[in-house]
Design a binder for this molecule. Sequence first.
Ligand code: IFM
Length: 466
Amino acid sequence: MTTVPFPELPRGFRFGAATAAYQIEGAHDEDGRGPSIWDTYSHTPGRTLGGATGDTACDHYHRYPEDVALLRELGVDGYRFSLSWPRLLPQGTGAVNPKGLDFYDRLIDELLDAGIAPAVTLYHWDLPQALEDRGGWRERDTAEAFAEYTAVAAERYGDRVERWITLNEPFCSAFVGYAEGRHAPGAREGRGALAAAHHLLVGHGLAVRELRAAGAREVGIALNLDRLHAASGRPEDLAALRRAEVLHNEVWTEPLFAGRYPEHETETWEGLADGPWRRSGDLELIGGALDFVGINFYRPITVEAAPHRADDPAPRTATDIGVVEPIPYGTRLTTMGWPVVPSAFTELLCDLNARCPHLPPVWITENGSAEADTVTPDGLVHDGDRIDYLAGHLAAVAEAVAAGVDVRGYDVWSLLDNFEWARGYEQRFGLVRVDYDTLTRTPKDSYHWYRGLITAHRARTEEPAR
Ligand code: IFM
């Protein structure tokens, strides 16, 4: 197995692994679960690679004891997973599904018995289809429904959950889902996407209130902020970079941490910036104090200007800004086509820290790489590239910590190979390989490396027993 040195993180730093409900659970129509927008989308011909769906996925719904045993063996402090909203409230609001509640009770208790702290994401993209049928995130009612669902979850699990994450990557929910249409619900809209972005933030604010009222311990949100560069110094590329900063980052960071909407939003969205979906009091609601901000980071993005199509009703999405990712000579790409540049991670964290004076402590809620794993004749997966990726990015986090960023922990994406949304099952991010024919789990070399890292960290930082 590859020997790659372990990056050194400070005493008290916590290590975990992450997954999401629709990507691993399967059991899509079992025990009263309702359909989500991802069931509808993945069952629509042509939407996902090879027509892949999450119907079975990793069958975690039935195999969770095996997966918790893998986590225990890995030695993680915590496990970040998401609740399936349509498993708990099949119609999005109203009737609660007792069997859905029971499933997460069993999972949480199994984790606690294994000495692993549960970290719950409330929304990792699987909106109940019944709510989408009434307009989805374009409508404020969906934010209210999200608060209702949050209250149910907080009341039931609040005594046992250590960290709560309201939304995962709202950028993807709003812009990839409602503007680019590459994710569920597959819409290509301008107004709809901007209304969705705002209502996701309102939903977050309402959920934080519910969590606080229920006495939740740690409350935060997970953002996929991007480290962006202009392709050149041409004025049009620099202008595209400015728009991309608004689209990818400031839409979220400004209301959440600065109590305002982005300064350059009008030049980015033109007439759509200040839509009627905004109400007085929203900024106060959205900007409620958080205990941490989760950062999901994978790769930097280079931006170049593309002609804006005046007849296009969509706002300037990543696509019409002309996001390109030129590959600096020698940079390796993961199988997602993403350049591996760990220094961009340090830059992102340091820049965020410098720009947001009210930034709460940071938690890396996702980081990992999809690689061309193969099972060798010894039955193992020697994924040295993934180990290099993780080592490089953890070292980048350590550098940010040394530079003064308060990073508390790191959740690797992902525990298991899983359903990679529109890209189906070809992209493998797991520390554990899943054979999708037999559903057999095989820990890869990266699993053993990560376990070694955690063990070494504890040995280095924990007080010797007296
Ligand atoms: O698999 C996804 C996850 O659901 C959200 N963040 C990015 C991951 C890799 O694309």
